[in-house]
Design a protein around this ligand. Structure first.
Ligand code: MG
Length: 398
């Protein structure tokens, strides 16, 4: 079996989207002064630069007609150019079973500029598509190739609860509590730029969600890199009483000293890794005890081949891996690793931030039932097909 073609297409969503609301999620841009003429209006939408309405979909085809699917959700046009210009020539004519060789080839050939960010995200998509081919070629789901079932089904946590009106947040939490979820992740709306009033608002929102879900269920707190070390040091002691399971990405991904300090500061476990890349990136986080929960995303970190190595490393450090986002490439790894206790789950939802776009591009992602996800033993590969239903709502670049 040889790889015959690599096709990367950019899917940009042109359909209806949920309008942005207020301070719905703190993020790294919150700390930067906005000098635009319409700054006030733009400032209302704090997630301006963190929307993922364009995705790169990769189809890798073999000479016997098997097509593997992968995707990138970071900088899609650049990811496509990297795949077309640099990665496709490295894998064409190669045997997909040589996945470690191919991953090393892509990683080392692009090392001068690839290493972290969109270069690794592009590699990830090709690697994921290769694993999809492997599963399909032996008629087995990918998780069976990675070690099989380590759990009967995958517990998952409800991930949304953007900062809106507190009553709306409570209604949202109540709705999904009723659906059987036992873990919930909420977003902070405020950071250093909002002063003490924002501190109070942040605390009120955690209190409001805890009021609904009680203390028998897990609550995760998400900062999305929207705080800085000084602000996080003020917030963490105040949040301890709410018993969060973790507090996610309090500072930007490069501030590793900040993570180290915060992870020792209180009883709250600090999580991160959604914006970290490759084996060495995670070795550094683990060696420094910077995070207590690792949250790589398989389609950023270097693909399934790289994720397997990071899983082994994390297991040896007794640090659980809970991949960022839903999606099959993450679920198959979670199913096959004892050290991956739970999955993030974005509900099927109208297009908003863009995390949910995989439901519009692909068929096959499982819907949560009673707080669990199930993978099909009889669906080969990742278990995905391209969806046709919404094709006319995307602008597609070949
Ligand atoms: Mg996150």
């Amino acid at each position: 079996m040889k790889i015959k073609s690599v096709r990367a297409r950019v899917f940009e969503w042109k359909g209806r989207t949920v309008p942005p609301q207020g301070n719905f999620c703190s993020n790294a841009m919150d700390l930067v002064y906005d000098n635009r003429a319409n700054a006030h209006a733009a400032g209302q939408d704090t997630m301006n630069t963190f929307r993922f309405h364009g995705w790169t979909v990769v189809e890798v085809e073999t000479d016997d007609g098997i097509v593997g699917l992968g995707n990138v959700a970071l900088a899609p046009k650049i990811a496509k150019a990297i795949i077309d210009e640099y990665l496709a020539p490295l894998v064409l004519g190669q045997d997909p079973w040589d996945y470690e060789y191919l991953n090393q080839r892509m990683y080392r050939a692009t090392h001068a500029w690839g290493r972290k960010g969109v270069g690794m995200a592009a590699i990830s998509a090709v690697d994921i598509a290769i694993w999809d081919i492997l599963g399909k070629s032996v008629n087995k789901p990918v998780f069976k190739l990675l070690g099989g079932r380590t759990k009967e089904k995958i517990p998952c946590y409800y991930s949304k609860l953007y900062r809106t009106d507190l009553k709306e947040m409570q209604a949202e939490a109540a709705k999904f509590l009723d659906q059987g979820f036992k873990a919930f992740k909420m977003r902070f709306g405020y950071g250093p730029a909002h002063g003490q009033k924002g501190v109070v608002e942040n605390l009120k929102s955690v209190e409001a969600v805890r009021e609904v879900i009680g203390y028998d269920n897990d609550l995760m707190l998400e900062c999305y890199m929207g705080w800085n070390l000084e602000y996080a040091k003020r917030m963490l002691p105040k949040l301890e009483k709410y018993q969060p399971r973790w507090l996610e990405e309090p500072v930007i991904a490069d501030d590793i000293d900040g993570y180290v300090e915060l992870n020792q500061l209180t009883s709250i476990p600090i999580s991160g890794g959604e914006h970290e890349f490759g084996l060495y990136g995670f070795k550094q986080l683990l060696d420094r005890k910077a995070v207590s929960v690792v949250q790589y995303d398989t389609n950023r970190v270097g693909g399934i081949t790289m994720a397997l190595k990071i899983n082994a490393l994390c297991e040896a450090y007794s640090v659980p891996v809970i991949p960022h986002a839903g999606q099959m490439h993450n679920y198959h790894l979670t199913m096959s690793s004892l050290n991956c206790p739970i999955s993030e789950y974005f509900p099927i939802h109208d297009v908003e931030v863009g995390n949910e776009l995989f439901y519009y591009i692909f068929d096959g992602d499982p819907a949560a039932e009673n707080g669990f996800l199930q993978l099909d033993d009889h669906k080969p590969g990742l278990g995905l097909t391209l969806k046709t239903e919404y094709l006319d709502q995307f602008s597609i670049t070949e």
